[in-house]
Design a binder for this molecule. Structure first.
Ligand SMILES: Nc1ncnc2c1ncn2[C@@H]1O[C@H](COP(=O)(O)OP(=O)(O)O)[C@@H](O)[C@H]1O
Ligand SMILES: N[C@@H](CC(=O)OP(=O)(O)O)C(=O)O
Length: 570
């Protein structure tokens, strides 16, 4: 006989055998965290308890709209910080590494229902390496000729992965077949035009998220959990028209909240939203938020709805003390502030999108970085403040292939005019600056390479920049440099610097520039690219692997336990 249960207020049939869960028995973490039969049903029952509460709040909300109670309506539309009666409590974002195969999709679906207290909005990236494959396919299409476009290797990888996934999940291939056909046509179009504009590039990569979300929503529905797929560009994600690196505009927050809340009221279902994508405010074309932009989609939805938490699920146990590909012994950092996480992301830690902390900080929505391969691990909790009394160094980040620029005034301009002219040159050329150090007549700074798409363009832009700056200064351009960012408690900057310089001197490395700046959480050191990884390994070893300087202010002694260190007064 078929019974019925509810998950997130959605009535679902309850079969005598939970569908598609047998594969989970081989996953020890899943059997302990989420015993398939028990926690799945607990999730259903718990959600069932919540529905009467939600019923009341929704009724009030409709009455408020009908009665013209605009203030109350606005408060609800922009979220209520995860109150018991809100339709949603959290965002759960899963990146490509969590969605690499049908097996991973099953595990993620199970993971979602294993949190009985959560009422999530799900945000997904493209499956596995799909975005990279789409970009490579686009680049090959430019020069391969129309008749060869269908044979591009990366197109075959994408087709095989998605068709195999729907087959293995038992989903009708019609959810993605039109996308695969259109993708092939698009590549033929690129081959015919022999060019791939930034606008076309964004449209091309959007296929990844459009397909992963359709597959996942269809699987949840098959699985018995009602879900609804959304393309972010159709639900109010309005951005600038900076293709490949668009910024989210303010109007996004109320629009997204209204659409998700309204749809829930009329027909409750778990939203499954495409990460990374938006709609240009002027062009109305699909835009992307920069590589890794699904994290930003997640925090934007978190702020829109005023949720209790945003969870970003990765393939590592949280934000680590260093990039694990450089330091395999890197350890998870349990707590971070939004400022620390933003600096870390901005200065190159691939784990979070550089802009993703902005909505979270503005909306004061905690962000939790978790491991979808190891859900029991506590992960990293990112909040507005944390206890910094014992924190010294939190994480070491490396950004390579940076251009360093030394600019010395020819004194044709006074100091004020000099700095103004230098920075207006960068603004005019659309070049972003990372780290700056100044004296009265000179300026050293690093340029952000991520703004550039190709070497050719870099050289052209650099030539133009030099030409402009040489009107007022002597310019020395130094390429292939690296920024090593020491993220931590700048109150202990003397301790951090003494230790860091000791390590670098021991390794015979000369630091070419240093900047502490206004940031209270970051000290940046510039070294040659060729020495950078060696430096990072040595620094990580000194700060995190040899003694406990990362956390403890030593009572007596420095490095070997013999000096008293007091915070710098701020
Ligand atoms: N400091 C760091 N902490 C954690 N991961 C890092 C760090 N620096 C670089 N990484 C890399 O970031 C990866 C996770 O980010 P990403 O690939 O964008 O995940 P996803 O695709 O799941 O969103 C990890 O696999 C790791 O190799
Ligand atoms: N798929 C996009 C967006 C994204 O956020 O991906 P991920 O979450 O896998 O880093 C990219 O690869 O850039």
């Amino acid at each position: 006989m078929e019974a019925s249960l509810h998950f997130h207020g959605v009535r679902i049939p309850c079969y005598s055998r939970t569908p598609r869960l047998s594969h989970l028995s081989s996953k020890p973490w899943l059997s302990s965290v989420a015993s398939p039969s028990r926690s799945f049903h607990a999730a259903m029952e718990n959600a069932c308890k919540g529905i009467s509460l939600r019923g009341n709040s929704e009724k009030k909300r409709i009455e408020a709209v009908l009665g013209g109670e605009e203030e109350e309506e606005e408060e609800k539309a922009t979220g209520s910080h995860g109150s018991d009666t809100a339709p949603f409590t959290c965002v759960m974002k899963f990146g490509g590494s969590s969605l690499a195969s049908a097996e991973r999709i099953r595990e993620i679906a199970q993971l979602i229902v294993s949190f009985p207290d959560e009422k999530p909005v799900v945000v997904l990236s493209a499956m596995g390496k799909t975005t990279n494959n789409l970009l490579l396919a686009g680049e090959k299409a430019v020069s391969c000729g129309v008749s060869n476009a269908s044979e591009i290797e990366e197109l075959s990888f994408i087709k095989q992965l998605h068709l195999r996934t729907v087959r293995e999940l038992g989903i009708d291939s019609s959810v993605i077949s039109a996308y695969l056909e259109e993708l092939e046509q698009l590549l033929k179009g690129v081959a015919m035009m022999k060019e791939l504009t930034l606008r076309t590039r964004d449209y091309l990569v959007s296929f990844g998220e459009c397909m992963s979300t359709r597959i996942f929503a269809a699987y949840l529905n098959n699985f018995g959990v009602k879900a609804r797929q959304y393309d972010a560009f159709d639900i109010g994600f309005i951005t600038t028209d900076d293709f490949t690196n668009a910024d989210i505009l303010e109007g996004t927050y109320p629009s997204v909240a209204k659409r998700l809340n309204d749809d829930w009221i009329s027909d409750p279902a778990i939203p499954v939203v495409t990460g990374f994508l938006g709609k240009g405010s002027k062009s109305c074309a699909v835009t992307t938020l920069g590589r890794g932009g699904s994290d930003l989609t997640a925090t934007t939805i978190g702020k829109s709805l005023g949720l209790r938490e945003v969870q970003v699920w990765k393939d590592v146990d949280g934000v680590l003390t260093c990039d694990p590909s450089i330091c395999p012994d890197a350890e998870p950092v349990p707590y971070l502030t939004f400022d620390e996480a933003a600096e870390l992301a901005y200065f190159g830690a691939q784990v979070l999108h550089p802009q993703s902390m902005r909505p979270a900080r503005d909306g004061e929505i905690p962000v939790r970085v978790k491991n979808s391969y190891n859900p029991k691990a506590p992960g990293t909790l990112i909040t507005k403040t944390r206890d910094m009394s014992k924190a010294v160094l939190t994480s070491i980040v490396l950004k390579q292939n940076v251009t360093l620029l030394d600019i010395v005034s020819t004194r044709m301009l006074g100091q004020v005019g000099f700095l103004a002219k230098v920075f207006s040159t960068f603004e005019d050329l659309g070049i972003s600056v990372d780290v700056v150090a100044t004296s009265e007549v000179s300026l050293s700074l690093t340029l952000d390479p991520s703004k550039f798409w190709s070497r050719e363009l870099i050289q052209q832009e650099l030539d133009k920049m030099e030409e402009e700056l040489e009107k007022i200064a002597f310019v020395n351009l130094l390429q292939r440099r690296s920024i090593i960012s020491l993220i931590g408690n700048v109150q202990y900057s003397s301790l951090i610097l003494e230790k860091a310089f000791h390590v670098l001197r021991t390794n015979q490395v000369n630091v070419q520039m240093i900047s502490q700046g206004a940031s209270k959480v970051n000290i940046s050191l510039i070294v040659n690219d060729s020495e950078a990884e060696k430096c990072v390994k040595a620094l990580h070893h000194a700060f995190f692997e040899s003694d406990d300087l990362s956390e403890v202010v030593l009572e007596s002694g420095f490095g070997n336990g013999s000096a008293t260190l007091l915070p710098i007064e701020t």
